[in-house]
Design a protein around this ligand. Structure first.
Ligand SMILES: [Zn+2]
Length: 328
């Protein structure tokens, strides 16, 4: 099996289109279980023979006939330009997925732009009672591009990265195989940048390629417990001493907002240089012998959940300010 850092490396760049439920029509399944039903799978293979030799495959493309969301959602249709009539074509998902897997072969790193393709793929596998375990190495191209091209953790669109690398635009976006092709070109340019940067980079925190690869079959949260204490406060404080490491790459996290209490919960916000923002939460819980232990949880958060922690912290600072002003 090739590891990520030895040649040749094979990357399978996946891009899918999916239909969504229509808000005013009763959904045949819970949209929480199936947020999107796959209607097209596209992919392009990028084989890296050496730091300067790259091969792009011809695209894999397959239409999938949806079973649940068979009426085209207008908003989705506006983006990908497909009609309800078009959805009657294509293979059932289990067959299409099997063909995709066969095309992928054995030894590769699965890639996509962002992590939504992976979560949609898992929800579709689950609803068809197929094993939800997918390839155990996944690379999100977006943070790799951000780090090597612009040294930012800001999220960029595929169109932005295509412009950035001046990749010739011969087709419109939003058909799975064409998007996969653009994303594979971005990956190629990002890898070229990565190899050249990693030679001259003196920052010891500069991530290796391995740090951008995660196992999508593992959960992306960590839980821990402190020892038992007679006082609630001591239990929480003990849990706060846990060393915060990224659940994906195990690098130490930097505190964006250090632990603070908000009601019965102790919250915090953390940053991994590669995998973005995580929130920490500690609650005091009771042991059977009526003592206390701190129960901690660290998990990846999106912008909204991060804003929640930030707002709680700001409320706390404001309240503290008010109290101190009264004392003066
Ligand atoms: Zn990380």
């Amino acid at each position: 099996m090739n590891t990520v850092e030895t040649f040749p490396m094979t990357f399978v760049v996946l891009d899918m289109e999916w239909n969504q439920p229509i808000p005013y029509i009763p959904s045949p399944v819970d949209p929480k279980i199936l947020p999107g039903e796959i209607i097209e799978i596209g992919a392009v293979k990028l084989t890296v023979l050496s730091e300067s030799e790259y091969q792009l495959s011809s695209p894999f493309s397959i239409l999938v006939r949806p079973m649940y969301y068979r009426i085209m959602n207008k908003q989705v249709s506006r983006v990908i330009n497909r009609s309800t009539e078009d959805l009657k074509r294509g293979l059932p998902f289990p067959e299409a997925y099997k063909m995709f897997q066969q095309w992928c072969g054995e030894d590769y790193v699965l890639c996509a732009w962002g992590d939504s393709d992976i979560s949609i793929m898992k929800s579709n596998l689950k609803i068809h009672n197929l094993p939800v375990e997918i390839n155990d190495r996944f690379l999100d191209i977006q943070p790799l591009f951000g780090r090597v091209a612009e040294n930012t953790s800001q999220q960029r669109s595929v169109a932005y990265a295509v412009d950035f690398y001046r990749i010739p635009q011969t087709d419109d976006f939003h058909s799975a195989d064409k998007d996969a092709y653009y994303e594979a070109r971005i990956l190629k340019e990002s890898l070229i940048d990565y190899f050249s940067l990693s030679k001259k980079e003196t920052d010891p925190a500069f991530p290796t390629l391995k740090h951008f690869v995660s196992n999508p079959n593992l959960t992306t949260q960590i839980k821990w417990k402190s020892g038992a204490f007679s006082l609630e406060k001591a239990a929480v404080e003990a849990a706060m001493k846990e060393k915060m490491l990224c659940p994906i790459c195990e690098q130490p996290l930097s505190a964006v907002i250090d632990w603070f209490t908000s009601g019965h919960t102790t919250l915090s916000l953390w940053q991994c240089p590669v995998h973005n923002t995580l929130s920490g939460k500690i609650r005091a819980k009771k042991t059977p012998s009526q003592e206390f232990y701190g129960s901690g949880q660290l998990r990846f958060v999106n912008g909204n959940a991060a804003r929640y922690v930030r707002e709680k912290w700001e409320e706390k600072i404001a309240a503290k300010c008010e109290r101190e002003c009264e004392e003066l």
